[in-house]
Design a binder for this molecule. Structure first.
Ligand code: FES
Ligand code: FES
Length: 181
């Protein structure tokens, strides 16, 4: 069936099979390979994206469920060459090693901070418990999220603005995707 999904501000219209997972649609059809697959069983969180502004594990969502909706991936966060404050905080706090978990971790952290702009350590750990990291021991990830919260607090300056997904809509022309599967 044909679906139209806005991904990182661009409308994509494609034929998909009803069983196609959103993560496979993003990666294989739309080339959004910044979103990765770590398990395919909804456990690791590496595939986390935002669907209408809230984090979801994109291996647990069918592409057809995203029809008419807006998806933001890790690739849609930077603005005018500048990293999102959460991306910046992960970089500055050495919150990644192999980096495999990082796209999902960052997307989940942004959702967490939208709900709780000043989380304590326990709240960060709880908010990220669906995202697994095999490398870092989580300490620097927690530090990065709390650091980002400080950078993003009201009055922290324009560079600290949260991603405003409404500004992304219509940023670039509609893309018509490939043929059927
Ligand atoms: S790939 Fe989706 S949760 Fe692991
Ligand atoms: S940095 Fe390697 S899995 Fe998290």
């Amino acid at each position: 069936m044909r679906i139209t999904v806005t991904v990182d501000g661009v409308d994509y219209s494609d034929e998909v099979e009803p069983r196609t997972l959103l993560v496979h649609h993003l990666r294989e059809r739309l080339g959004k390979t910044g979103t990765v697959v770590g398990c395919d069983t909804s456990n690791c969180g590496a595939c986390t994206v935002h669907l209408d502004g809230h984090s979801v594990k994109s291996c647990a969502v069918l592409a057809v469920q995203a029809d008419g909706r807006e998806v933001t991936t890790i690739e849609g966060l930077a603005r005018e060459g500048k990293l999102h404050p959460v991306q910046q905080a992960f970089h500055q706090n050495h919150a990644l090693q192999c980096g495999f978990c990082t796209p999902g971790m960052i997307m989940q952290a942004i959702d967490l901070l939208a709900d709780n702009p000043d989380p304590d350590e326990d709240e960060v750990r709880h908010g990220l418990e669906g995202n697994l990291c095999r490398c870092t021991g989580y300490q620097n990830i927690v530090r990065a999220v709390r650091d980002a919260a400080q950078q993003m607090r009201p009055g922290a300056g324009p560079e600290a603005e949260r991603v405003d997904e409404t500004k992304l809509v219509g940023r670039t022309p509609t893309h018509a995707g490939g043929g059927g599967e």
